[in-house]
Ligand binder design. Sequence first.
Ligand code: NDP
Length: 445
Amino acid sequence: MDARLEAIRDTVLARNPGEAEFHQAVVEVFESLGPVHDRHPEFLEAAILERLCEPERQIIFRVPWTDDSGRVRINRGFRVEFNFALGPYKGGLRFHPSVYLGIVKFLGFEQIFKNALTGMPIGGGKGGADFDPRGRSDAEVMRFCQSFMTELYRHIGEYTDVPAGDIGVGGREIGYLFGQYKRITNRYESGVLTGKGISWGGSLVRPEATGFGTVIFTEQMLRTRGTSFDGRRVVVSGSGNVAINAIAKAQALGATVVACSDSSGYVVDEAGIDVALLREVKEVQRARLKDYAERRAGVAYVDGGSVWDVDASVALPCATQNELDSGAAARLVRGGLVAVGEGANMPCTRAAVSVFQDAGVLFGPGKAANAGGVATSALEMQQNASRDSWTFEHTEARLTDIMVGIHHRCAATAEEYGEPGNYVLGANIGGFVKVADAMLAQGLI
Ligand code: NDP
C-alpha cells in the first residue's frame, strides 16, 4: 500500500477498535487508491480520505418490543449516515443477530462507492438491528418494525436518508416500517423508503434487481473473453432475495445452477434449481432449503459443509460477508472456475480475492456487481417523485443499461490506471473519484 495512505489507514483503524469488517472494507479500498493520489494531490490536502472514513452521523438506539407471550425484548438499532456528497444517504437495513456497529459501518462505507458507481444521485448509508426475524410470527415482526421506526422516523426523509431492505428485511418488513412512518408523520411520503409493494409506491423489478444485476455484470465480464453464461455450470450461495433472482437470471441466460445454500446447509440439483419451487419454499412458506430437497426428486441435501465444494465455472456468492475464504477459492480454481460475481457485500475474503486474481479468474467485486439493487431503488425514487409507475420491460431495460454502464466504468478506469481487467481497482477508483470531486467542490463540511 502507498506509504501516505498507510498512515491514514493506521489512524482510521486505531480510531475504530474492534470493528473488524469495517477495517477490512477500508483496507481493501485504500489498497487501490495510491495511483489516484499521485494524480490528485489536492485530495490529500483536503483530507478527503480521513473525512470519508468518518461517518457524518451515527445513530444507535434501543428497540423495545413484546413477543407473542407478552415478554419484553430489547434490541439495538443502528443507522449510519456515511456520506451525503452525491445525494440523500441511501442503503438498506439489515436484521440479523450478528449486526453490530462494525458491520453497519462496513456496509455503509462500501455503499458510498457503490452508489457513486451507479451514476445516480445517491449518497451512502446503512442500518439495521441485532434482531433475528427467523422463527418470529408476523405479529412479532410487525411490533419490532413499529418500535424500530418510532425512533428512526426522525432521522430519515426523501431528501435526507432513504433506507431499503437487506438481509432479513424484505417486502413484509418494509411494509410495516412504511406504515409506522406514515402513522407518526401523517405524510404519504413514498420516497422515504424503497422496496415497497407494487400497489403502494414500489417499483417493478426492484425485488429482482440485485440478483439480476449481478448476473448482467458477470455476463459483461464474460463477454470480454468472448464467452457468456450460456451452457455454463454455476454455483450460487444463499437462497434469499439476491440468490433466488441471480439463479433465475443465470438460468434465463442458458446456464444451469446446480447448487445453492442457506446457513444450515446446501442442495445439489444437477438438473438445475427449480426457481418456482425455491420461491415457494423460501418466500411463501419461509421454510428451509432442506424442505426444497424433500420436495424434489434427485436433489441431494448436505447438512452443514460448504457450497463451494461443488465444482462450477461461475460462482455467485450471494449470502453474506466473508463466506468464501482462500481455501474455498483455491478449490474452485482447481475445479475450473472462470468468473466470480459478488451478489453479496464482501463475501470473499481479501485472500480469496488474491487467489482469484492470481489465477486469472474474472472477479467482479460487490460494490460494482451488486449495485443493481440500489440503482433500481433510485429508479423507484424517481417514479415516486414523478407520481408515475413504469412497466417491467422499461425498468429492466434501465437496470440493464445501468449495469452495462457500471461494467464499462470499472473496466475503463482499470485500463486508465494501467491494470486492465482489475475490476477491484476500477470499482474503487471509479467510485472514489466521483465522491472526492463532489466533496472538494462542496467545501470543508
Ligand atoms: P436475505 O435475507 O433475503 O437472504 C440471505 C441469505 O443468505 C439466506 O439464504 C441466508 O440463510 C444466508 N445467510 C445470511 N447470513 C448468513 C450467514 N451468517 N451464514 C450463512 N448464510 C447466511 O438477504 P439478501 O438476499 O437481501 O442479501 C444477501 C446479501 O446481498 C447480503 O450480503 C446483502 O448485504 C447483499 N445485498 C443485498 C441487496 C438487496 O437488494 N437485498 C442489495 C445489495 C447487496 P438463512 O436463511 O439460513 O439465514
